[in-house]
Design a binder for this molecule. Structure first.
Ligand code: SAM
Ligand code: SF4
Length: 315
């Protein structure tokens, strides 16, 4: 279905839990409050909403969170979502640490691709950025497990944080020389995490630090793509702030408690829980109609109006 700005809405991102086994400093506040199980959508409710979205033209689903793999039965939910009529692509975003346990089951369930978040290649810094909760070895084991399970091409997401990991830009880019991965640098968004505007650096910095990167044709996604000479993989630059892609935004987002968000950076939300049949489809139509032309995060000094941390929306 088209929105008011002639954008075709084909993509639903679904947060299945606010819980996470990590505490990334840019994502989670201190002392995350735990929702009760009955306050979050059941697998049946999520599937019903996704099917209604598919009836309006949604073709792609992303399962995310919080950390989706901490929710028991995530692979079973993925199988339910993959079976929905009209869904052509089911993908998942994860911090990777639980993939050694679940990668095979996710693949069998019909998940086409996984995106793995990894913000540093240094074990001590990994522990720091994950709020003391994460071990780099676990994330690396997750990447290997995803590759062994046949997920390809693997996308690795790196949030660029000035003063924290900008010194690692060349090392990250170098990973694409021998491995057929897509390494994506993402601009830090002001969502209430524990970094201020001074930590924001535009993704254009990557091209200054790695001048050998040469541009590749667009593949229709949000990342601008580059390759190192002779590189097996690709480098992607995602610039929600310095060069936003609102004009081609094709997404809706579903929170774990059942609110649909027309825009990541707006506080507008429509509750879907308890709606079925035509009422549910109409609410989804209303959400599509409510998509704004663009978000208001014009630079790192403009706090997102989302009114929620990223861990409650799904990134
Ligand atoms: N736990 C999973 C993970 O970390 O991949 C999925 C959820 S996480 C909220 C989804 C993505 O949002 C991750 O790639 C994370 O790095 C990104 N993210 C979280 N907070 C962000 C922020 N303030 N700015 C930019 N990206 C952010
Ligand atoms: Fe958890 Fe992902 Fe947020 Fe890190 S970015 S705290 S792994 S939800």
């Amino acid at each position: 279905m088209k929105d008011a700005f002639d954008r075709d809405i084909t993509y639903l991102r679904i947060s299945i839990t606010d819980l996470c086994n990590l505490r990334c400093l840019y994502c989670m506040p201190d002392g995350v409050c735990r929702k009760r199980h009955e306050d979050i959508l059941s697998f049946e409710e999520i599937t019903e909403i996704a099917a209604a979205a598919a009836s309006l033209g949604v073709k792609k689903l992303r399962v995310t969170g919080g950390e989706p793999l901490v929710r028991r039965g995530c692979a079973e939910l993925c199988a339910m979502l993959a079976a929905i009529d009209g869904i052509e692509e089911l993908v998942l975003t994860t911090n990777g640490t639980l993939l050694p346990r679940y990668a095979g089951a996710l693949r069998q369930a019909g998940v086409r691709r996984v995106n793995i978040s990894l913000d540093t290649l240094d074990p001590a810094k990994y522990s720091r950025i994950t709020g003391g909760m994460g071990r780099l070895d676990d994330a690396v084991a997750g990447i290997r497990a995803a590759q062994d399970a046949g997920f390809a091409p693997l996308k690795i997401n790196v949030v660029l944080i000035g003063g924290f990991n900008d010194d690692e830009i060349p090392a990250f880019a170098e990973l694409t020389r021998r491995q057929p991965i897509e390494l994506r640098f993402i601009e830090l968004m002001p969502m209430g995490g524990r970094f201020g505007p001074e930590a924001y650096i535009p993704v254009g910095t990557v091209l200054e630090r790695v001048p050998a990167l040469t541009p590749l044709p667009d593949d229709g996604g949000v990342a601008r793509l580059y390759r190192l000479p002779g590189g097996q993989g690709r480098v992607g630059l995602i610039s929600p702030i310095s060069r936003h892609f609102c004009a081609s935004c094709n997404r809706l987002r579903l929170t774990s408690e059942g609110h649909i968000k027309p825009c990541l950076h707006s506080d507008r939300e429509l509750p879907l829980r308890g709606l079925h049949g035509d009422a549910l489809t109409e609410a989804l139509r209303a959400a599509i109609a409510a998509k704004p032309a663009m978000h208001g995060v014009l630079d790192a000094d403009h706090m997102s109006a989302a009114g929620r941390g990223m861990y409650t929306i799904g990134g």
